[in-house]
Design a protein around this ligand. Structure first.
Ligand code: AHR
Length: 319
């Protein structure tokens, strides 16, 4: 009996020692983290997924990855399974902004910290540890400022390809773009439709606009991501026009395909959205487990790119 007690003590002490080693380990080695990803709708998303998996592997983190295929229901199920698995932390890339309160309460009650990554949630910030993301409003503003400067603020009829309805990425980019547009009354969005951040949808929407609107009247396409812009570029070419010249193209993400399009003269500007959000999210979780205070927002910045550096940027991204 005494022997058994000693064995039990050793096992218990062992796990305490292992836990404190994990908590003091800056790489996060040995942690199990559940990650609910939005889906695979865009090239940016695929790179984000690839990068976070590599980052986890290099750090020795056991990343439980679940792809939600753009469904909030799937994400809630995924989070519940992470909670049942008693993971050390959860990373949530939410497809839409609303509807997270209940599941975030469940994670909090289980003592599991949640990091919101990329898109935002409307839930009270006391329900999550931090959010790692870019500033989507700023991205929209930057796109509009560039367009205003490129057209000298003159008459410009704009087509807007929106991202997923209900996502903060779409909503905030729209708010930012429209903020700037208010200063230039001759610049107007004449048509706006959601293409769900999907390339083929960008093409379909643009195909139909070019049939219903007078194409020579369209000055620019403002696309909430590069993939939809690439689809629109194809539609403009199919209609016998020159994207990047007849119709200006500005979008967000800075993916390899848009650099290729800019190098070919088919697109005009892209605003970078870093897909390397996993590292800062892991760092925040580790720091929290080590008892540090974490700010509620960890911003990730990006810059605007133009055709002049596009060929070099494209080459860099092929390596
Ligand atoms: O939430 C970020 C957006 O989601 C990216 O801009 C888009 O490409 C993606 O799918």
């Amino acid at each position: 009996m005494r022997f058994l007690r000693i064995c039990l003590l050793i096992v218990l002490l062992g796990s305490v020692i292992v836990f404190s080693v994990d908590a003091q380990n800056n790489s996060g080695k040995g942690l199990t983290i559940g990650f609910s990803q939005v889906g695979s709708e865009s090239a940016w998303r695929l790179e984000f997924t690839r990068a976070i998996k590599v980052e986890a592997q290099e750090r020795g983190i056991n990343l439980l990855f679940l792809n939600a295929e753009n469904s909030q229901k799937n994400q809630i199920t995924a989070l519940r399974s992470f909670i049942n698995d008693h993971v050390d932390a959860i990373i949530l890339a939410p497809v839409i902004e609303t509807g997270w309160d209940q599941i975030l309460h469940e994670a909090q009650d289980a003592g599991i910290p949640v990091v919101i990554i990329d898109r935002n949630v409307t839930a009270d910030e006391s329900l999550y540890l931090t959010r790692v993301s870019s500033d989507f409003v700023y991205e929209g503003r930057l796109a509009a400022v560039w367009l205003a400067q490129a057209t000298a603020g003159k008459k410009c009829k704009i087509i807007e390809l929106e991202g997923t309805v209900g996502s903060s990425a779409a909503r905030d980019r729209q708010i930012g773009f429209n903020d700037v547009l208010k200063l230039f009354p001759d610049m107007q969005i004449i048509f706006s439709q959601s293409g769900d951040f999907i390339r083929q949808n960008g093409k379909k929407i643009m195909d139909s606009i070019l049939k219903t609107e007078d194409p020579t009247e369209i000055c620019a396409v403002w696309s909430h991501n590069d993939d939809m812009a690439i689809g629109a570029i194809q539609a403009i070419k199919d209609a016998g026009m020159k994207p990047g010249k007849d119709i200006l193209i500005v979008s967000v993400d800075a993916t390899p395909d848009i650099f290729k399009a800019m190098a070919d003269g088919d697109a005009n500007a892209t605003i970078e959205l870093s897909p390397y959000l996993g590292g800062p999210a892991f760092d925040a979780i580790i720091a929290h487990l080590q008892g540090e205070d974490i700010p509620k927002w960890i911003p990730v910045t990006g810059k605007i790119y133009f055709p002049d550096t596009a060929a070099a940027e494209y080459a860099k991204r092929q390596q």
